[in-house]
Design a binder for this molecule. Structure first.
Ligand code: LLP
Length: 411
């Protein structure tokens, strides 16, 4: 969807001329579109009802302005750390719409979440169940919980981002789920409210979700027999976006199919979308510094790198790379690489390009898992972030200064 298009030879994003917009901004920088984020959310909300709650997965993009914007559109949040919950609170959002996932919640994190009255813990192990009960009891309160069940559904995605199989670290195996629910029902400071699953990320079709729901439905009826009645099913996140023309089930269809398949159970349905809310709403703008050509290989060396965007080396992820100024001359194949001292530091390989030194390029569809995975590797400042809002741009995070990078270090 990302709305990029040329007018004559100039690239526009959300109606703004990117060359004009970039004047005076130090590259590389992230640029998001409020309109596009709102459109994505609208597609989700259009198929929802009073039994649906969307909990945006904060890990996808956790900038405070973005969280505030997403909350203003009616979404809650899925968090996986004290830090993410802290962000949600700082952004002024409602903690009663927060679910807390993650395999390694510490006691301190659990206490913090209890103090802040979150909606539900998605429990990922037996040990965690007892720790949550313990902490809630010590605080004289009760904790709402779901157990994250692993439906053991194969998902065609990168192995690093598929999570629903029985041999990965997430959730409880389907086989053990019922007995763990029974144990949970005997713990006096726990209040069982749901079942949760999350099978992976960048999923393109509806089938794996429907397959998972089949096994979850039979767990619901097993639980009923034990007198354990849940009020919600959390189907996780995972809906993909089209990075390279892939066919992806539409958001409205995805919501409708899942809601239809659970309607007779009369439970609330929670969704934890991340990438599909913001992935196609963000660009990374970078400038070519050098062009290095030889008989065997051509490189465009740009000022963005794996420090700002690690998805290409980490997952072999494809992101389109598009020049802001379209030139008419012959194209050649280039690897687009950054200045970091690693051979893995590439943003794209074998791309057909004809840009010149100091031209600007955009790396597309980096709204999710872009900035959040950036680092200060090679003592590179994390870049600034901007958002287009009501036809003009606003800075929502300034780039690190070198002193900020060093600030916690002692000589
Ligand atoms: N819920 C849970 C429990 C999750 O672990 C995740 C993502 C989500 C929701 C949101 O999934 P989404 O709707 O964004 O697919 N860094 C990787 C993606 C890792 C996803 C981790 N979990 C990437 O850049 O592709």
């Amino acid at each position: 969807m990302n709305s990029l298009h040329y007018q004559k030879n100039k690239l526009f994003f959300d109606q703004l001329d990117l060359e004009e917009l970039s004047k005076g901004i130090t590259t590389p920088f992230y640029l998001y579109s409020e309109n596009l984020i709102k459109q994505n959310i609208k597609e989700y909300i259009s198929q929802s009802n009073d039994k649906t709650l969307f909990c945006y997965s904060v890990k996808a993009n956790s900038n405070l302005s973005i969280l505030k914007l997403i909350a203003s559109q009616g979404m809650g949040f899925d968090v996986v750390s004290m830090g993410e919950l802290y962000r949600v609170i700082k952004a002024g959002c409602d903690t009663k719409k927060v679910v807390y996932s993650g395999v390694g919640k510490t006691r301190a994190e659990i206490r913090y979440a209890l103090e802040n009255n979150i909606l539900c813990f998605n429990v990922e192990s037996e040990g965690e169940l007892f720790v949550i009960n313990d902490e809630a009891s010590a605080m004289g309160t009760t904790a709402n919980i779901s157990i994250r069940v692993n439906p053991d559904v194969a998902v065609e995605s990168h192995p690093y981002i598929s999570t629903g199989l029985k041999d990965n670290k997430f959730g409880i195996t389907y086989k053990n789920a019922l007995s763990l629910y029974i144990k949970a029902s005997k713990l006096s400071s726990l209040n069982i409210i749901g079942i949760d699953f999350h099978i992976g990320s960048q999923i393109t079709s509806i089938q794996p979700f429907i397959d998972s729901i089949k096994s979850i439905r039979s767990l619901v009826s097993d639980l009923k027999k034990e007198n354990i009645n849940i009020t919600h099913i959390d189907v996780g996140g995972g809906l993909g976006i089209s990075y390279d023309g892939e066919d992806i089930v539409g958001k409205a269809d995805y919501i409708k199919e899942i809601t239809d398949s659970l309607r007779d159970l009369n439970v609330n349905i929670l969704f934890e979308p991340g990438r599909s809310v913001i992935g196609d709403c963000g660009l990374l703008v970078t400038q070519i510094q050098y062009i290095k050509e030889s008989k065997t290989k051509n490189f465009m060396i740009v000022d963005a790198s794996m420090s700002e965007l690690i998805r290409p080396p980490l997952y072999n992820a494809f992101h389109k790379i598009t020049p802001i100024l379209k030139r008419d001359k012959g194209h050649k194949k280039y690897d687009i690489v950054g200045p970091v001292c690693e051979s893995a530091d590439f943003l794209g390989k074998e791309r057909s390009m004809n840009s010149e030194v100091y031209d600007l390029l955009v790396i597309e569809d980096v709204g999710a898992y872009g900035f959040v995975l950036s680092s200060n590797y090679n003592t590179r400042p994390k870049p600034s972030e901007y958002i287009i809002s009501n036809g003009s741009i606003r800075e929502i995070r300034s780039a690190d200064t070198l002193d900020q990078i060093l600030t916690n270090e002692l000589k």
